[in-house]
Design a protein around this ligand. Structure first.
Ligand code: AP5
Length: 210
């Protein structure tokens, strides 16, 4: 099954992707995670992408399309995959079509801007393994350390309030039009985001038919 997890920043795409990936035994491909890894390693791509991320803007299409092309060619994608954070513009969606990739479902997580701001302000991430927590909705068992690796949890650079507002504005302007694109193909399924992760997962699984 080839799935796109769609939705505004902080809607819970990464959280759901991790759960669905385990349930279906297929990999999650998160362009955000790949770019953050490149920033951490200080590669040329990472260095040029950092300024876009820090401002809450999108990294140029050609960079992200290149990342996806390379990743989808790997063997572990043969039985299916979950795209988290790609495509984010109409040219990215067209590029995916032109790669000959057949998408089965685009699951669109619907969360209000107000809830997004609250979720991002409480998000904590593990700098070692990338696990994501929320101080209220999905706390780590110790409060400030990762349940998986035990290292101190951090606030993501792009979760600062002013950057969050830019990311939301970018989403509405550049990414939300993709709903029409996929609705026109008859593969868009709406998933109303819930306040509890497991309640969202139940609706997500129903939308995916699993
Ligand atoms: P990316 O990493 O993709 O960020 P995003 O789409 O903004 O999404 P997030 O990772 O912030 O949130 P999420 O939806 O995964 O939510 P999460 O599960 O963490 O991209 C970052 C940047 O990279 C972009 O701004 C851009 O610059 C660049 N980039 C990436 N892809 C690109 C592309 N294709 N083109 C161009 N540029 C690109 O959940 C959020 C919080 O809420 C967590 O704390 C979580 O614990 C909590 N939570 C989750 N579910 C629930 C729930 N049901 N109830 C309550 N709390 C919940």
């Amino acid at each position: 099954m080839n799935i796109i997890l769609f939705g505004p920043p902080g809607a819970g795409k990464g959280t759901q992707a991790e759960i669905i990936s385990k349930a279906l035994n297929i990999p999650t491909i998160s362009t955000g995670a790949i770019i953050r890894g490149a920033v951490k390693e200080g590669t040329p791509m990472g260095l040029s992408a950092k300024s876009y991320m820090d401002a809450g803007a999108l990294v140029p299409d050609e960079v992200v399309i290149g990342i996806i092309k390379e990743r989808l060619a790997k063997d572990d994608c043969k039985e299916g995959f979950i795209l988290d954070g790609f495509p984010r513009t109409v040219p990215q969606a067209i590029a995916l079509d032109n790669m000959g990739v057949q998408i089965d479902v685009v699951a669109s997580l619907e969360v209000t801007d107000e809830a997004i701001v609250e979720r991002m302000s409480g998000r904590r991430v593990c700098p070692a393994c990338g696990a994501t927590f929320h101080v209220v909705y999905n706390p780590s068992s110790t409060g400030d350390k990762c349940d998986v690796c035990g290292v101190d949890l951090l606030i993501r650079d792009d979760d600062k309030p002013e950057v969050v507002l830019n990311r939301l504005a970018t989403y509405h302007k550049e990414t939300e039009p993709l709903k029409d694109y996929y609705s026109g193909k008859g593969i868009l399924k709406s998933v109303p985001g819930q306040d509890k992760v497991e309640e969202t997962t139940a609706l997500m699984k129903a939308a995916l038919g699993i």
